[in-house]
Ligand binder design. Sequence first.
Ligand code: PGA
Length: 278
Amino acid sequence: MRIVILPDYDRMSHWAAEYITRRIQQFPTSADRLFTLGLPTGGTPLKTYEYLAQFYRDGRVSFRGVSTFNMDEYVGLPEQHPQSYHTFMNEKLFSHVDINSDNVHIPDGNAENLQRECAAYERVIVERGGIRLFVGGLGHDGHVAFNEPGSSLQSRTRVKTLTMETRRANARFFDNDAKSVPKQAITVGLATLMDADEVLLLVSGDAKARALRKIVEDGINHMWTGSILQMHRRAVIVCDEAATAALSTSTVKYFKDIEDSLSEAGADPYSSAYEDFA
Ligand code: PGA
């Protein structure tokens, strides 16, 4: 696991957007081989999406060769609802870049047969060659996507019932009424995430400090599902200083030292070879 600690949310978001951009640029796309990118919703990736849109406007990145897979979607919320993840992705990213809408994948939370929808979602990921880079956020309770505490560490895309903590956290998008937050969501599983070639987790703010400590310093545990990333071959956590508040001083120093010594050696912090040394 690599942990990149940046001074603030803005620098963290810029770093993440640069990382994603470089991966897209480096990928040799062809008509039947697109760069498959897993994406989150939520407050944390907002600025990263703003930077990606800016990089697109600056001519630095194109999404023509990109196929996206969102992590999750609420069950039973109309696609056009202002708080659906379909709406979120269109507003925050897709409408600002040149992605082909045929290459956008978001689970259908209104499918007649939700189990079949989940199985189909997994199948399409495999058909597209698997996810190259899965970008994610971290919940206050350590969840990644909607893999709530107690989720199977081997889980695949499925319907998950949301904890009250998650519904309360998301109530800010539903007029501060936790009861209006849908009770269930379709979410990719932890095994779906682990199958990706690389995972990039964005963590910002002191409200996430405890969760970050749990997934980094404690053992792998289904109650803090993000801890499964300790088993991933290429997992990068990019966070701001505030999010590291509960990490031990030695943990922070350890990860900072690695980044410092690689940068002193002139390594490119965004290259995939970099992780081989980190
Ligand atoms: P947030 O959500 O980015 O809105 O904090 C993260 C999550 O719950 O996964």
